[in-house]
Every structure is written in structure tokens, then in C-alpha cells.
Design a protein around this ligand. Structure first.
Ligand code: SAM
Ligand code: SF4
Length: 337
């Protein structure tokens, strides 16, 4: 990427708090083949009609504009990104850009796309898996697909693709599984991340359902000898390892210890709106601008400059004081996690 490109017509995406944004999360769709209640509030959710979704060509065009502005890391998410019929086409297009290309998936369709992942050099995949018990998995996702997801995790391992497992930690549910998840890291080179439960529209969040990283670490330490690992810059996860284990584990502390000061992330929803924060209500329509041949860069910069210091300006006082009903946002599945 040339310096002239990022300094003139395409300035770097630096906000009013001097945070540089080089990481874009693109939602490919708001639809999904699972029904995780913490993410998709309504079993009979209405998904966006096709003409409202960005096409693969529009995704590529918008991604290129972000890359010109200094973005060098793109994560594809959703909804479930792999339900898109043109998933392989999108990967193939974006893999040609000068970015680290990553995917977050529920894992159920990886077997259909493994060749695409390998051909396009995807070296790391985040797989969401909240339970290692098939019956609990079905309760949480409303789908009987544990075995499929587990087999696909093995498939990724067989192809030496790095795996991060994302487990949403809900108080009263995760406690009985923490030890089993940590045991997974004994012989497998995987990284398990426990994500503190976050509030989004319709997901019945309340502070009693949050189990914090400190509380979870205490449970881990009852059975294992752990060491703290060095966290990378902009890393949202606090990393640990059990001594002697091959894999590692971490906590994403969005609720108990926010990391907004280091934030380098922007989001693009499946219908092409830029969100400058997961918890913010402000959105600007890049797809409409692109379709009308208007200046997309100016809108991106406007969004970056209006980014709030903490948690989208909506719950600055900590999760203990958060009233979920007052947060104006979308459901997680409509944002793109
Ligand atoms: N369908 C894909 C998947 O499940 O990985 C990608 C989209 S999903 C919205 C992205 C991530 O957000 C998943 O790891 C999911 O567990 C996480 N997530 C969804 N709702 C959440 C919530 N309320 N709190 C914390 N994490 C959540
Ligand atoms: Fe679908 Fe992922 Fe949301 Fe579950 S977390 S409903 S798999 S988008």
C-alpha cells in the first residue's frame, strides 16, 4: 500500500481520540441456520431481502475503499457467513486484497467450503461453540448439529488451520463446562475464548446473567495451574495457558473490563451500513452511496470521526448500571458479531 494513497485522497481512519482503525468486520448476511437465543431474539426472524444485501461485487468494492484507507485486516461474519451461496466467490475476491482475511462461523458448513479456505490461504478460523454437550448445544442453538460442528473442528485441525473457539459465557450455564473446555486445550492446539455475555436488542440480557472473566478464572484455577500470556496490541482477549497444555484460553472482557481505548475496529452490516462501534446506534449507509455513485470515503471518515470514546456512548458507567431496555441498537445477528 503506497503512502500517498493513505495520506491524500484516502487518509488513515483516525478518530477524534487518536485511535487508528485498520480492522473491518463485514457481515455477509443477517440470516443463519442456527437460532442462538443470545444472538437471534426471534425464531421467526425476518431476514433481509436479497436486493438489500451487498452483492459480492459491492462487498469487494467497499472493501477496497477501506483497504485504501489503511485497513489491513478483514473478518467475515454474520449471521452465518457460510450460508451465502456466493461465499466462495466472496472469499476468492477478498483474498486478493492486501489484508489478513479471517472468518467467524458457527462451524456447521465448513466441510462444504474447506477447499475454498485452503485455496485462498485462510490460516485461522473462529468457530463458535458454547457447549461440548450435544443436548446443551441443541438447547442453545435450537439445532441438533453438535456432531457436525465437532467434525468440522477436526477437519480444520487436520488441515493445520488455526482454530479459536468462541464460547458465550452465561452465568448459570457455562460454569459446568469450563473445566471440559480447558481440558480440550490439553492435547489440541486450539485457543478457547470465553466471551462475557453482552446486551443486544431482544436478547434478554441482564447483569445477573453476566459471569466475569475474574469469576471464570477462579473456577479454572481450582483445577489447573495457569499462567498469564502476553496480550497483543488491540487484542480484545486476555490470554492464559494451563502449564503443560498444548492449547491456550482467554476471556473477552467486554462487560467487566472494556477495551475501548485500544479499539481499531469498524463494522459493515450486511446491507452496507457502517457502524463505528458494536454498541453504537449511529449508522451511515455506504451501500446506498456506492449504488448512487457518491463519495463513499467521505461517509466512512464522517463515521470514524463521530465515534464515541466508550461503548458507543450508551453505557459508560459499567455493566452493573446498565439498563438493557434503554440501549438503542440492533440484535447481534443484525449487526454482525
Ligand atoms: N454465525 C457466526 C458464529 O456464530 O460464529 C458469526 C456471527 S456471530 C453473531 C459472532 C459471534 O458473536 C459468535 O461467536 C457469537 O457467539 C457471538 N455472540 C453473539 N451474541 C452474543 C452476545 N449476546 N454476547 C456475546 N457474544 C455474542
Ligand atoms: Fe447464528 Fe452465530 Fe448468531 Fe448463533 S451466534 S444465531 S450461529 S449468527
Amino acid at each position: 500500500m503506497s503512502e500517498t494513497l493513505t495520506t491524500n485522497k484516502y487518509p488513515l481512519l483516525i478518530d477524534s481520540f487518536n485511535r487508528k482503525h485498520n480492522y473491518l468486520r463485514i457481515s455477509l448476511t443477517d440470516s443463519c441456520n442456527f437460532r442462538c437465543t443470545y444472538c437471534m431474539p426471534d425464531e421467526h426472524q425476518h431476514f433481509l431481502p436479497h436486493n438489500k444485501l451487498m452483492t459480492s461485487d459491492e462487498i469487494e468494492q467497499l472493501a477496497k475503499i477501506f483497504v485504501n484507507h489503511g485497513v489491513n485486516k478483514i473478518r467475515l461474519t454474520g449471521g452465518e457467513p457460510m450460508v451465502r451461496k456466493d461465499f466462495a466467490d466472496i472469499i476468492t475476491r477478498l483474498a486478493k486484497l492486501n489484508v489478513e482475511l479471517l472468518i467467524t462461523t458457527n462451524g456447521s458448513l465448513i466441510h462444504q467450503h474447506i477447499a475454498t479456505l485452503i485455496e485462498n490461504g485462510i490460516s485461522s478460523v473462529n468457530v463458535s461453540l458454547d457447549s461440548l454437550k450435544p443436548s446443551t448445544f441443541e438447547q442453545l442453538t435450537k439445532r441438533n448439529q453438535f456432531e457436525k460442528v465437532w467434525n468440522n473442528i477436526q477437519l480444520l485441525l487436520n488441515h493445520n488451520i488455526r482454530i479459536k473457539i468462541n464460547a458465550v459465557a452465561i452465568h448459570g450455564k457455562i460454569e459446568s463446562e469450563i473445566e471440559d473446555f480447558i481440558q480440550l486445550t490439553k492435547h489440541l492446539p486450539i485457543h478457547v475464548r470465553f466471551i462475557e455475555f453482552m446486551p443486544f436488542t431482544g436478547n434478554h440480557w441482564n447483569k445477573e446473567k453476566v459471569i466475569t472473566a475474574d469469576e471464570m478464572l477462579e473456577i479454572v484455577n481450582q483445577n489447573f495451574d495457569t499462567i498469564k500470556l502476553q496480550d497483543e496490541k488491540h487484542e480484545t482477549a486476555k490470554k492464559y495457558k494451563v502449564i503443560g497444555h498444548e492449547g491456550t484460553f482467554a476471556f473477552i472482557t467486554t462487560m467487566s473490563n472494556q477495551f475501548c481505548g485500544e479499539c481499531n475496529r469498524l463494522r459493515l452490516t450486511a446491507e452496507g451500513k457502517i457502524k463505528n462501534c458494536l454498541f453504537g446506534k449511529d449508522e451511515l449507509d455506504l451501500l446506498e452511496a456506492l449504488r448512487k455513485n457518491e463519495d463513499v470515503s467521505t461517509i466512512i471518515l464522517q463515521s470514524v470521526m463521530s465515534k464515541h470514546a466508550i461503548m458507543g456512548g450508551q453505557f459508560n458507567e459499567g455493566y452493573n448500571y446498565t439498563d438493557a431496555s434503554k440501549i438503542v441498537n440492533r440484535s447481534m445477528i443484525e449487526i454482525g458479531g
